[in-house]
Write a protein that binds this ligand. Structure first.
Ligand SMILES: [Zn+2]
Length: 361
């Protein structure tokens, strides 16, 4: 049977599918409205659905759309999990909290960032102290977001990246482009200067549901890195963290670590896993990013830079905007049956392993 019915064509359809599937499964659902509207004038919400005993000591949390447009994937997996009846199979004492579209604005506009151009997964750090510098980004900022988006400007930018790579190496280039930056609010991978709405909303949801829960496992769905359809299990904890060892034992030793340099992701600051430790300081917390590959890194980066250019310098009503939005969607959601099948098979296995690990802990 095709998995397509679980996956949506836009944010509003994704939300409807989620509310119906979670509601049919008997979940209690809370709604958190974003202050802005989507491209069709639609209202935007993050929704949190709880199923299981209110006093559960073990909770599996899933999150979709941390990076807005990546929500097509995460939402589809959350809907499939309900629709295929897995909520009814939760072990005794385990509850499931599904957070749908934590960045609904980015989802609705098919952007990676929030309404204030913030990369939510670079936003969970202490904004009261000076932000980390990214001198590579500063050096390349004009090439990353050129004033015009043409074949000539794109070629010139790629030449600037090549020059930087020849001088500093491939890893330094990747870190300059994707490691996060706090100096250019109109640029890509901007981490913000204060907790953004989605950050504050995640904190409110964690405080409401999880403050007293001793065992919490988190699957945060992402797309855009790694081989097509492959689901990497990314941990951002220190190499020697006991939490990482526990998760390795649950997940076939397949966790990769940004800190140890074994992940397809660069080392990151301010990601939501770090925020979760502040939110739940006393819990045995097992958080991972489940990252599904789509296109190659240069293709994904080109889409991100095009979208960034469009929102900073371009015209959202132009034909070029339509092309760029289609490019963004393809970069983060390959709308194909084989991709959905690979994604859901992996997501289901990871959900089951995390739930079994929680139940046995
Ligand atoms: Zn992501």
């Amino acid at each position: 049977m095709s998995l397509a019915p679980y996956f949506a064509r836009d944010y509003s359809e994704a939300r409807s599918k989620f509310l119906v599937a979670a509601g049919n499964a008997g979940a209690r659902i809370d709604h958190f409205q974003n202050p802005l509207r989507g491209p069709q004038g639609e209202k935007l919400f993050a929704d949190a659905a709880w199923i299981g005993p209110p006093d559960a000591t073990r909770v599996i949390v899933t999150i979709s759309a941390t990076h807005g447009g990546e929500g097509y994937c995460g939402s589809g997996c959350q809907v499939a999990w309900y629709a295929q009846g897995f909520a009814a199979k939760l072990p005794k004492g385990v509850a499931a909290l599904a957070i749908h579209a934590i960045n609904p604005n980015g989802f609705a506009w098919t952007r990676r960032v929030t309404e204030d151009n913030v990369d939510l997964n670079r936003n969970f750090l202490n904004h009261a102290t000076p932000h980390p510098a990214n001198p590579g980004y500063v050096a390349l900022a004009d090439a990353i977001t050129p004033l015009e988006w043409t074949d000539a400007s794109r070629a010139a930018s790629l030449r600037a990246f090549d020059v930087y790579k020849a001088e500093h190496g491939d890893e330094a280039l990747r870190r300059a482009l994707m490691g996060g930056q706090y100096s250019h609010p109109g640029g890509i991978f901007f981490g913000g200067h204060a907790p953004t709405w989605s950050n504050r909303t995640l904190r409110a949801i964690f405080a409401r549901y999880l403050a007293k829960v001793p065992h919490v496992a988190v699957i945060d769905y992402h797309t855009g890195l790694g081989p097509y359809g492959h689901g990497e299990l990314i941990c951002a904890l220190p190499k020697n963290s006991p939490h990482l060892a526990r998760m390795q034992s649950w997940l076939w030793g397949e966790m990769t670590s940004t800190e140890a340099g074994t992940s397809s992701s660069v080392k990151l600051l301010g990601i939501n896993q770090q925020g979760m430790y502040e939110m739940l300081p006393n819990a045995a917390l097992s958080p991972l990013a489940l990252e599904f590959g789509t296109l190659s890194i240069p293709e994904v980066l080109d889409a991100l830079r095009a979208d960034n250019w469009l929102h900073v310098h371009g015209d959202l009503a132009s034909p070029q905007a339509k092309e760029i939005k289609a490019q963004m969607r393809a970069a983060f959601y390959p709308d194909k049956d084989d991709w959905r099948e690979m994604v859901w098979a992996r997501a289901l296995k990871v959900n089951e392993a995390m739930i079994a690990g929680l139940a046995a802990s």
